[in-house]
Design a protein around this ligand. Structure first.
Ligand code: 5RP
Length: 257
């Protein structure tokens, strides 16, 4: 008998039809795929982009966590990793995967990470998990950026997801005024269930900017980078993804940019 199966979490995402042959008949059933199952599917597909004997850059977030779990299965094939956050480093080490300090590494073959939004051109908003600065640094050293995301992350225009900007804490107010002048509604990210500012791995704070319809992501990235006190902006447009593996109802779709 067919049963509808739900994944461990995430929103119900899509229906996938499955067929099985029993006693000479085909039975078809709709399978409800959760967002987590779509993330798992792209994490598995990303293993094809891992380069044997090399160092792999690893992103942060729930999709990246699924990738880490897949990478653990082939850990003997790689030299090691560079992590984009303390949380990712801890998960990698928990699996017995070597984690190198970026200062000891000259080249990274591929960087694999999720995104909060991605366009058909490969521009992304990242930083929902507060790791945008280290993600940008590790990505900048990597020969290829492979974005892994469930299909809900593909958007025509960036900006529905509030744009994260990491700032030096003493510059918080002045940067927020400048972001408001650009047309956004800046808000300081706080610790869950608290009014205290969330502090990143770098000792910075995050301002999430809502209400930006980002028609020209390259220009906006350049403009926000130029605000004194900004550590990094979660726009990855001047250097975006090279490949995106998108989890869809009918399988993993590959976009190349
Ligand atoms: C973390 C990120 C993540 O890649 C982004 O937030 C997507 O997360 P998830 O895979 O959990 O949806 O940029 O800073």
């Amino acid at each position: 008998m067919w049963r509808l199966r739900r994944g461990g979490g995430g929103n119900v995402a899509v229906l996938r039809r499955r067929s099985v042959k029993m006693a000479g008949f085909f039975f078809t059933s709709a399978h409800i795929m959760t967002q987590d199952e779509l993330k798992q599917a792209v994490a598995r597909a990303a293993i094809d982009y891992v380069v044997d004997g090399e160092i792999i850059g690893v992103g942060t977030g729930s999709t990246a966590n699924f990738f880490i779990d897949e990478l653990a299965k082939i850990k003997d094939r790689i030299k090691g990793t560079v992590a984009s956050s303390e949380a990712t480093a801890a998960r990698l080490r928990g699996h017995g995967i070597p984690v190198f300090d970026l200062n000891d590494v000259e080249a990274i073959a591929v960087y694999i990470d999720g995104a909060d939004e991605i366009t058909e051109q490969g521009a992304m908003i990242k930083g929902g998990g507060a790791a945008l600065t280290r993600e940008k640094i590790v990505a900048s050293v990597s020969q290829q950026f492979v974005c892994i995301a469930d299909g809900s992350k593909l958007v025509p225009t960036l900006g529905t997801f509030p744009l994260p900007v990491e700032v030096i804490p003493m510059a918080r107010a002045v940067v927020m005024r400048k972001l408001a002048a650009l047309g956004g509604q800046p808000r300081l990210r706080t610790k869950p269930g608290s009014d205290e500012a969330f502090i990143t791995d770098n000792g910075g704070e995050i301002i999430d900017v809502a209400g930006m319809q980002i028609a020209d992501p390259v220009a906006l990235e350049t403009e926000i980078n130029g605000i004194v006190g900004v550590i990094a902006v979660g726009l990855f447009a001047r250097s975006g993804a090279d490949v995106c593996l998108l989890g869809m109802a009918d399988g993993v779709k590959t976009l190349t940019f």
